[in-house]
Design a protein around this ligand. Structure first.
Ligand code: SF4
Ligand code: SF4
Ligand code: SF4
Length: 251
């Protein structure tokens, strides 16, 4: 079936509205009976950019984006990942999901690392809640969001409503796979209460009769080589990489 015969549904994510509450992730795990542990069909990321007073905590809602150019399907090459035409969902064939190296290749090709592997080597991923779609219901992650940061529908309808942007700063480019998603980027930070940042830094560093925490305010804002949080998004790292990237090595 040609791609023109696929009716493509997709997601909308408003980065400003997301408060990283994990409700959508838990709803997905619950609905799909996914055990506690590292298998998460819906992953949530946050990473910090900027420095005081312009720190931003970026968030990302990351299910499978059911791409219009599903590079995972091509990379697998054995029919273990397919794109179905009714909703444009990209699905794993359960009969080919166990210890299949082609699915590792599919995940390597996926810009977002959306395919999960359990400890026994079984692969699984977000299935767009197609069972719920068949009953006229929304994907449970979208329905669960208390901040109304998510929406779902025909990608053309979402684009008419929210625009066509499928990229966010720090997130892999949409040019590789044409994800079926519309992103609304974080709105610029607004200083609601006016204050002088230099004076604020001096007050923050003061410790009464004790020496100040720092003498040069730049010591508090220059985080070069001092990783105390995740400063970049990496959607395809090992557990050890994550530990290394989040440890406080300011010894
Ligand atoms: S997000 Fe990754 S796994 Fe999902 S369709 Fe796109 S390339 Fe495939
Ligand atoms: S669409 Fe369904 S399977 Fe996919 S992330 Fe949302 S809840 Fe999970
Ligand atoms: S439920 Fe909504 S606000 Fe909470 S993490 Fe998911 S997208 Fe963000």
């Amino acid at each position: 079936m040609s791609s023109s015969e696929v009716q493509q549904y997709g997601f909308f994510f408003d980065q400003s509205r997301c408060v990283h509450c994990y409700t959508c992730q838990m709803a997905c795990k619950g609905k799909n009976n996914i055990s506690p542990g590292s298998v998460r069909w819906l992953r949530l990321f946050n990473w910090e950019t900027g420095s005081f007073p312009n720190v931003v905590v970026n968030t990302l809602f990351a299910p499978c984006y059911h791409c219009e150019n599903p590079v995972c399907v091509t990379a697998a090459g054995d029919g273990s990942v397919i794109k179905e035409p009714k909703y444009g969902a990209v699905l794993i064939d359960p009969a080919k999901s166990s210890n299949n190296p082609n699915l590792q290749a599919a995940n390597e090709a996926c810009p977002y690392g959306a395919i999960m592997f359990d400890a026994d080597g079984n692969a699984s991923k977000c299935n767009m809640c197609v069972d719920r779609l068949e009953m006229g219901q929304l994907p449970v992650c979208v329905l669960s969001c208390p901040m109304r940061a998510l929406d779902f529908g025909l990608i053309t309808d979402l684009q008419a409503k929210y625009g066509t942007n499928a990229d966010l700063p720090g997130v892999p480019s949409s040019s590789t796979s044409s994800p079926a998603v519309v992103f609304k980027p974080m709105t610029p930070k607004i200083q609601i209460v006016a204050y002088d940042a230099t004076t604020a830094l001096q007050l923050l560093g003061a410790r009464g009769s004790l020496p100040p925490v720092y003498t040069d305010p730049n010591q508090a804002t220059d985080t070069t080589g001092v990783t105390i949080g995740r400063s970049t998004l990496n959607m395809k790292v090992s557990g050890q990489d994550l530990i290394d990237a989040t440890q406080d090595n300011y010894a």
